[in-house]
Design a protein. Structure first.
Length: 573
């Protein structure tokens, strides 16, 4: 950006400035409070449209010189207005410059050091055109041997930055490690997993035929056990039946042995029944006769009470006849009750006799049909044989299980080893992606690419001026001669700011820089600065350099590339 002319009217401390830059370097000098800083502010407003001393538009009138009504600053290039700012309305016509956004850093070099590390990093990436686009990083990923298909899963995370992509890859690696552990039963380790294989037992793999034969023995033993259990069931059933038959025979014998007693009792009961039956008949007749005599009869002739007694009529005596009838009725009741009881007893006795007679018949039949009882020793022997078969079955089943397990283990070893290898490869691939996304991975490479141009420029400029080397480290810290910027002296910081601003001006192709307060440098350093700037202008590396400082007068014998302007009492000529 080649500035040819600067016109200022009533801006801050300047009443007027008409400066023609016939050369590439403008040296502005003057006493303190002469208006030098106002010149810097005016140029900045004309090129950026941003006032430096007020923040609100309503306060722009405060930037007018000594209460003037209007103010203006205009910067010309190639005979045309490059930038203009008018007070008090703040009307701005800025330069049509591709990289105009970097102008604030070139108009006030100290601003670069005041940026945060992240802001400096982003700025350097932008200035150098170094981006984190896939077009840029894909070749770097391929060079690192990253699995690009797998990386496609993490690519979306790059929108949130390298850190998010790194975390995603680490999480995926952790998942793959878990899958490896689930497959192998061990914790993943890079050395261990590299050559991991299933540990096989020191035995030959059993053949299918051997497993088939062992399984056949199990089936045979199971059938023998089933047959033995059936035989044991038959023995126990025979034993149960024999025990039931013996018990029934004993019961029948007991009942049959009571036949004689039952018959004797029946005979006694029948004798008593005959006697009491006869007694009841007799008493019935006596009661009937006595009842006929009770009450007597009336003589038809004389009307006297008579009764028939022994075939003769005799006088009736009521009390004696009534008492006799009552006694006979009591006896009759007793006789009939005894008879009825004996009839019931006779029926029961008959049933006992019949039951005993049937028991004798059943006993004879049972004794004839009774079979041979089960041999207890056979039951014991069968149980022992079954226990032996169960033990043999358990042994044979264990053998089949062991053979099958060994067969499956050997058969699946290759598959398990292959599966573990695949998970290990996945872990390794994700870790490679995580490493690539880590700060010291591709971001570090990109940063190195971004730092290389500016550090190379800084090295060249420092060498050209004979000043200490200024560089930006990988952690985006500014160092001068190896010392952190914050620990440097004021003059050393000024030199670092100046070199950084010039380097940025060259990299952005703006080729303009304003260096205020160069008087912080001692005379020798000022001469070195002037010599470097003249050389840069000669080489075409810089178009316009404006340097300002407090001096007693414009130095005599300035190089041809330098135009000197003296500022006094608000006037610059």
């Amino acid at each position: 950006m080649h500035i040819q002319k600067i016109e200022i009217a009533n801006v801050a401390g300047l009443a007027r400035a008409d400066i023609n830059l016939g050369t590439g370097v403008l040296l502005v000098a003057g006493d303190n409070m002469s208006g030098k800083t106002s010149l810097v502010d005016a140029i900045s407003m004309a090129l950026t449209g941003v006032p430096s001393r007020v923040t609100k538009k309503k306060d722009l009138d405060q930037l007018l010189h000594n209460g003037s009504k209007k103010g203006r600053v205009t910067v010309y290039s190639g005979g045309e207005i490059m930038g203009e700012f008018k007070l008090p309305k703040g009307e701005f016509a800025g330069p049509e410059l591709k990289n105009a956004e970097y102008l604030p850093l070139l108009l006030d070099p100290a601003k670069f050091a005041a940026l945060s590390n992240d802001e400096r990093r982003g700025l350097l990436f932008k200035i150098t055109g170094c981006s984190a686009s896939m077009k840029t990083i894909e070749p770097m990923l391929i060079k690192r041997g990253v699995d690009m298909k797998l990386f496609g899963e993490a690519q979306a995370m790059l929108r949130s930055g390298f850190q998010a992509a790194e975390k995603y890859a680490q999480d995926k690696a952790r998942e793959a490690k878990g899958a490896w552990k689930a497959t192998t039963g061990e914790n993943w380790g890079s050395d261990k997993a590299e050559d991991w294989e299933v540990e096989l037992p020191n035995a030959d793999a059993p053949t299918d035929k051997a497993i088939e034969l062992a399984a056949g023995q199990v089936v045979t033993t199971q059938k023998s056990i089933a047959d033995g259990q059936q035989f044991l069931g038959q023995l126990k059933e025979r034993q149960r039946q024999a025990e039931g038959a013996n018990q029934r025979t004993a019961e029948l014998r007991e009942r049959a042995e009571g036949l004689g007693r039952a018959q004797a009792k029946l005979a006694n009961t029948e004798d008593d029944l005959i006697a009491w039956t006869a007694k009841a008949v007799e008493l019935t007749e006596q009661v009937a006769a006595a009842r006929n005599n009770v009450g007597g009869c009336e003589c038809p002739s004389c009307g006297a009470k008579l009764k028939m007694e022994g075939g003769e009529l005799k006088p009736y005596q009521p009390s004696a006849d009534s008492g006799n009838l009552a006694l006979l009725q009591v006896e009759l009741k007793k006789a009939t009750d005894a008879r009825d009881l004996l009839q019931r007893t006779r029926r029961n006795d008959l049933a006992l006799v019949t039951n005993a007679e049937q028991a004798q018949a059943d006993l004879a039949a049972a004794e004839t049909a009774q079979g041979e009882a089960a041999d207890e020793s056979k039951i014991v022997a069968t149980v022992e044989a079954l226990n032996g078969l169960q033990q043999r079955l358990a042994s044979e089943q264990a053998k089949v299980s062991a053979l099958t397990e060994l067969h499956d283990q050997i058969a699946g070893a290759a598959a398990t080893t292959k599966k573990a290898g695949a998970f290990h490869a996945e872990v390794t691939a994700w870790l490679a992606i995580a490493d690539a996304m880590a700060p010291d991975g591709i971001p570090g490479e990109l940063l190195a690419m971004a730092l290389a141009p500016i550090n190379q420029s800084l090295e060249m400029l420092a060498g050209l001026a004979g000043w200490p080397l200024v560089e930006i480290s990988r952690d985006i810290e500014i160092h001068s001669q190896g010392r952190p910027y914050a620990l440097c002296s004021e003059s050393e910081q000024w030199r670092a700011d100046a070199l950084l601003a010039i380097a940025i001006a060259q990299l952005t192709d703006i080729k303009l820089v304003v260096l205020d307060r160069f008087d912080v440098l001692m005379l020798k350093a000022r001469g070195q600065l002037l010599g470097m700037l003249c050389k840069l202008v000669q080489l075409g590396n810089m178009d316009t350099v404006i340097m300002l400082g407090t001096m007693k007068e414009i130095p005599a014998g300035l190089p041809a590339e330098v135009t000197g302007v003296w500022v006094k009492d608000g006037l610059a000529e």
